[in-house]
Design a protein around this ligand. Structure first.
Ligand SMILES: [Zn+2]
Length: 369
């Protein structure tokens, strides 16, 4: 699960991030921590970052992205990561997407822990911490029994200096101007899911895990869809590659079949002549000749492919008519041998031989013409 965690200061997203780390055993990647770590390690990137910080400048997006890349390539991030504190603006969001897509590890989810601004101010402004035991209170919705005193130990409660409305107001303005476009960006890319960060931490986390599990299911179905698409593409490619071979096979088999058929036809034709079916055969020969003439014309008129297809179809049908067609061929050869000139004349001359059968066919043939 590759998650970007978004939320205004005080939204409690840090708490949710830690719970997510425990639940899903993926590292939380905080850019602040990464930068400190890089500087401490004295790596090239760390030195570059330090130089920027020493000069009072912001560490460039390039350096931060390089550090993020280095971090997510570590083995513990193989299953995913929770990125916290980055991106903070639209430009960074786009750059991050580019980086992750390039690494073939696109983001699965941008999780926004949303808090109503008034609620946020109440939470931050009302926050009180016991100086003795660290117990936390909120004067608005979890106040101590005695104002300024810890219920647990009676210690003094402290109001953090930066938790006043002015500071909070400016922090929220910064958040809104820079981070809201990031939220919009992820919404457009259908990565954004929002959880209301109000109420019990465990209840919020329940909502968070539901969103994460939905995103996981989506990611799984997407990878399945991708697998199916890949399989279809592979199948098509194989088919296309094989598309040439079957044509060749057909051609050769087409040549082989007639040869075999001729041999068989030789015997059968002989027996046919013996049985005295000359009339019928002559008729058929006439029909065959017309067909051949048509074919020849068709060949000249049409391209090569249609002819091949026709042959193939004819031959398929021939499986049934093998005997007759084979006979036809032989007889046709004989007929052709006797009367090589004008194809049209031969049927006419044979007409008297088979008076009864021929006229009908001739008529239909003429009509067709
Ligand atoms: Zn206390």
């Amino acid at each position: 699960m590759r998650i970007v965690l978004l939320g205004a200061p005080g939204s409690g997203k840090g708490t949710q991030a830690k719970l997510l780390v425990e639940r899903y055993k993926v590292p939380q990647i905080s850019t602040g921590d990464l930068l400190r770590e890089a500087v401490a390690s004295g790596s090239t990137l760390g030195r570059q970052a330090k130089a920027a910080m020493d000069a009072g400048q912001l560490v460039s997006d390039e350096i931060v992205l390089a550090i993020i890349q280095e971090r997510i390539m570590r083995p513990d991030a193989r299953k995913g990561f929770i990125l916290d504190g980055f991106p903070r603006n639209l430009q960074q969001a786009e750059a991050l997407d580019q980086l992750l897509t390039g690494l073939n590890r696109p983001l699965n989810l941008a999780l926004l822990v949303a808090v109503d601004v008034d609620a946020l101010i109440q939470r931050l402004v009302g926050r009180r911490t016991c100086l003795s035991c660290g117990q936390m209170y909120n004067v608005f919705y979890a106040p101590p029994h005695l104002e300024g005193r810890c219920d647990e130990c009676g210690g003094k409660l402290r109001h953090r200096g930066d938790d006043n409305e002015e500071t909070i107001g400016s922090r929220l303005r910064v958040y809104e101007t820079h981070t809201l476009p990031v939220v919009e960006y992820y919404k457009e890319h259908e990565k954004l899911r929002t959880v209301q960060g109000v109420g019990e931490i465990s209840q919020i986390f329940k909502a968070v895990t539901k969103v994460v599990e939905d995103a996981q299911a989506t990611a799984r179905s997407e990878s399945r869809t991708d697998a199916i698409r890949a399989a279809i593409a592979k199948h098509r490619a194989t088919k296309a590659a094989a598309g040439k071979k079957p044509a060749e096979v057909k051609k050769t088999s087409g040549k082989a079949k007639p040869a075999a058929a001729k041999k068989a036809a030789g015997k059968k034709a002989a027996s046919a002549t013996a049985t005295g079916k000359k009339k019928a055969v002559a008729r058929k020969a006439a029909v065959k000749k017309k067909a051949t003439a048509k074919k020849t014309a068709a060949k000249k008129a049409a391209g090569k492919k249609p002819t091949v297809k026709k042959k193939a179809t004819v031959k398929k049908k021939a499986t049934v008519k093998k005997k007759t067609s084979a006979r036809k061929k032989v007889v046709a050869k004989k007929a052709a041998g006797k009367k090589p000139p004008a194809k049209k004349k031969s049927p006419v001359k044979k007409k008297p031989v088979s008076k009864k059968a021929v006229p009908k066919k001739k008529q239909t043939a003429r009509k067709k013409r």
